[in-house]
Each structure stands twice: as C-alpha cells, then as structure tokens.
Design a protein around this ligand. Structure first.
Ligand code: ZN
Ligand code: MN
Length: 483
C-alpha cells in the first residue's frame, strides 16, 4: 500500500462473540437464529416493566474460559452496568454490559507478523454483555425481531497493537480459532456470531503523536476486515495528503461496493450515561471454579501446532493451516494415524485436494463426502503401489462426487496398478524384441529413445504399470543388450 510508506497506521479491534449457550443471558428463552420471528421472547428479554433478569451461569463459565485461554487476569468480582441509548431493537432502552469492572482484563494472544516472527497482541478487557434485536427495513416499513434480544456476548477489546491489515486478520483468525476450540462460540461468521469493529488512525512516519481514529462497525468476515482497513487507510491518507483533518466518526463498510460511509459522529462514553445495573448482583468467581474451568480447557491451537510438528514431522506452515480449525485438525490426525506412509503426504492431500473441493462446494470438513479413514485407504493404496499417484487423483474425485469408499472406486475403475515384476518383464522383453531399430539407437548412445520404450510399456499395460518398476525393468533389459 502506497500510504504505508508515508504514514504509520494504528489499528485496534473489538470483537463481539456470541456465546454458545442454550438459553439467553438473563432469561430461559432458547437461542435459535432460525426460529420464526418473535417466538423466542419473554417478558424479561422484551423489556417489560417489573421483570427482573437472572444471570445464566454458563455465560460466566464460557467468558471465564475464553479469558483463561487468552492469558487474561480474571476479576473474581465483576459488575454489570447499564449503557443507555434508544433504538427500536433495544426495548429496555439500555444494554446490560460491563463498564467499570469487566470479568477479565490484561491478556494477550500471539500471532505471526509479516516476517513470521511472534508478535503479542494485548487484550485490554473481556466483558459480558447482551445482544440487541434485529431490525429489517423494507421500503417504508421497518420490522423488528426480538429473538436475538438478551443473547449473551463477550466483547473482546484489543489494545491498539496492530499495524497492518494482515496482522488484523491474523489476530481475528487466532481469536476465532481459540473460541471455537473452547466450544464457547459457534464462530459462524455468516450468522454474525463473530463480528468485529475496527479502529484505525494514521500519523506521519516518525511522529510521536497518534492521529484521530475512526471506528468501522460490524464487519463479519476476515476478508472484509482486511478490505475495510485498506479502504480506510487510503481514505484517511488522501485527506491528510490534502491537509484536511480526520473527524472522529463511526463508519460502515459495504463489501459489495468497497465503500466506507459515515454512520454517525462518534459518541463519547459519557453520552451513554453508564451506571451500575441495580437488578443484577455482582459476579463472584470462586477459586474452585477457576481451577475447574482451567482444567477443562482443551488443547489450544498453539499447543496443537507444536505437537503436530513434533509428532507428525510436518512443517510449521502445514501445522498452522491444519490446526486453524479444530475439526480439520481431527480430520488430519485420523488420516495420519491410519496412513502407513509419511504424514507430510497426508497433509498435502488434505491441504491441496480436499480443501480445494470443500471450499469450492462450501462444505464443512466434518461433513466431507470423503471420510478421513477413506482418504487414508486411498493414500495407502498409493503407498503400497496398488495404484499410481496420478490415478489416485481420479479415484479421489469420484469418491468425493459419489461418496464412495477408496477400494470400491479403485475396483470400479479397474485401476489396479501392475507391480508384478514377472509380468512387466515379459511385456518389456516383447517390446524390446519387436523394436530393433530403436534398440540399436539406444545402444549407440541415444539415451533419449528410452522414453519411447517406457511409453510403449505404459501403452501395453493401459497405463496400469507401476511407473517406477516399469522404468527400472526397461532400463535393466536394455542395458543387458549392451554386451
Ligand atoms: Zn426471554
Ligand atoms: Mn459491545
């Protein structure tokens, strides 16, 4: 980016992650994004006068687990506050959140920077809060769906430690993978279960003083975050180049048109008239709970990467790709355990062939038409020399298309590779005997003619000869004619 030569960029991210509890934060309404509009609503979450919220204990457990997994300090005692603002999809007129004392603070995660070096991105705080309802606008009519009201969220506020769009995306991917490894968030980006606000400011290189920042709201894909940051950097750089000032604003990003638009001039914290939520008691986390939840943490992405490198001998790049998604990591492990060859081969097949098709058809790895053990069976067929690597690709496509097992497809396609040395020697001898001219050429030093013999060999066996064995046998027979 041109602007990066002239300006330093400061980026800070705030992530809202929906907690994967069965019921809402303050009432027992079911959380169900696909339910009919306004059917998962009660007196509490629709903000009726005289009702009282009661905290869902799972919310505390899930938020604490995320805090533990991101090296945060847990506040044994934390409080809820009201953030007051009026919006039709917020019937209470305020959002219950944590302001003065959140559940956790001062954490970090580690990402790889542009040069591959480890970089710590600090987390300022993690707070528990509730989601709002959803409004849709159709022509002159606005419709409100309150099903999402009171759905528990954690807001993860990152420190402004990020410097490039790539780092922003690496940070988000890491947070996303930790959340989904823990199982505390479904991580579904399309459904808005993981969304991000981006703060960006620019200042001239070498300047100590940071510029005025803008906030771009509600980005719900890694790609859009990168794009939005790039657009905002260019926009601010153009303004600064012209000697204009950056205004502190809340912005929206349209991924279709790649345009930034102004939503509103930024509100300051005092505009929200925060005050302690009188209807909820403080959250107290006991030492025993903290110990129990810590023990329950699963193997996290970083530990898995390290283990894959040592246990399976795969490069760190492969380990990073394969562990980004917990389900993909289990798939790889199942293949690698059942495969008799080197795990690197299994990693390649998964990263290249399998992921290409899964992405193309938008299929989740746990619903892959080729199951892990079937992929291992296919790779074993290649490893044992029953089929060639090239044939395996055709077999794989058919397995994927028709949801069939490796052995069934190999049989169906009649693809049995001839590794029987005796049979191949017979074929080779016949070829050599019936092509005396070419044999003469070979013997007089024209090595290039060797390809002609191997070609005939494959033709005679309808491509089923094991290429390595065919090669060796042909060489041996031709060489034996030399004397
Ligand atoms: Zn409810
Ligand atoms: Mn928030």
């Amino acid at each position: 980016m041109e602007a990066l030569k002239k300006y330093d960029v400061i980026i800070g991210l705030e992530v809202h992650a929906q907690l994967a509890t069965n019921s809402k934060a303050w009432c027992s309404c079911e959380i169900n994004t696909h339910a009919l509009e306004n059917t998962k609503v009660c007196e509490v979450c629709s903000g009726q006068p005289g009702t009282l919220p009661a905290l869902n204990k799972k919310v505390v457990e899930y938020a604490t687990k995320m805090a533990l997994a991101t090296n945060c300090q847990i506040n044994d005692l934390s409080y809820f506050d009201r953030k007051n603002y009026f919006y039709p999809d917020l019937p209470k007129g305020y959002q219950i959140t944590q302001f003065e004392k959140p559940i956790a603070q001062d954490g970090y995660i580690v990402i790889a920077d542009a040069l591959g070096a480890e970089k710590k991105i600090r987390i300022e705080r993690i707070q528990i809060e509730e989601d709002t309802g959803k409004s849709t606008h159709e022509g002159e009519v606005s419709l409100i769906n309150l099903n999402r009201c009171g759905t528990p969220l954690i807001e993860i506020v990152g420190c402004p430690d990020i410097r490039t769009p790539d780092e922003a995306s690496a940070y988000l991917k890491k947070l996303h993978s930790v959340l989904t490894y823990l199982g505390v968030c479904s991580g579904n980006l399309q459904e808005g279960n993981f969304r991000c606000d981006v703060n960006v400011s620019l200042h001239p290189k070498g300047s100590e003083k940071w510029g005025t920042r803008t906030e771009t709201k509600n980005l719900n894909s890694f790609r859009n975050v990168e794009k939005a940051i790039e657009c905002e950097i260019s926009r601010q750089a153009e303004l600064l180049d012209r000697g204009e000032k950056i205004v502190q604003q809340t912005l929206g990003f349209d991924a279709e048109t790649m345009k930034i638009s102004v939503l509103r001039t930024k509100s300051d914290a005092h505009d929200y008239r925060y005050f302690p939520e009188p209807d909820l008691i403080p959250v107290y986390i006991t030492a025993a709970e903290k110990i129990k939840w810590k023990e329950e943490l699963p193997e996290l992405p970083e530990a898995k990467v390290a283990r894959f490198i040592t246990e399976y001998g795969i490069p760190s790049y492969d380990a990073e790709v394969l562990t980004a998604d917990k389900k993909l990591a289990s798939y790889f492990e199942a293949v690698a355990r059942a495969y008799t060859g080197e795990a690197k081969k299994a990693a390649n097949w998964i990263m290249v062939e399998l992921l290409r098709l899964l992405n193309e058809f938008n299929i989740d790895v746990d619903k892959s038409p080729v199951e892990s053990l079937e992929l291992a069976a296919l790779l074993n067929a290649v490893h044992d020399g029953r089929i060639s690597g090239k044939q395996a690709k055709d077999v794989f496509l058919k397995m994927f298309d028709e949801k069939k097992g490796a052995d069934a497809v190999i049989k169906e396609l009649g693809l049995v590779q001839i590794s029987d040395t005796e049979a191949l020697i017979e074929v080779a001898k016949k070829i050599v005997d019936s092509n005396p001219t070419q044999v003469e050429q070979y013997l007089s030093g024209k090595d290039r003619v060797f390809g002609f013999f191997v070609g005939l060999m494959m033709k005679e066996t309808k491509g089923q000869a094991n290429p390595q064995i065919a090669n060796d046998i042909m060489k041996e027979i031709l060489e034996s004619r030399k004397v």
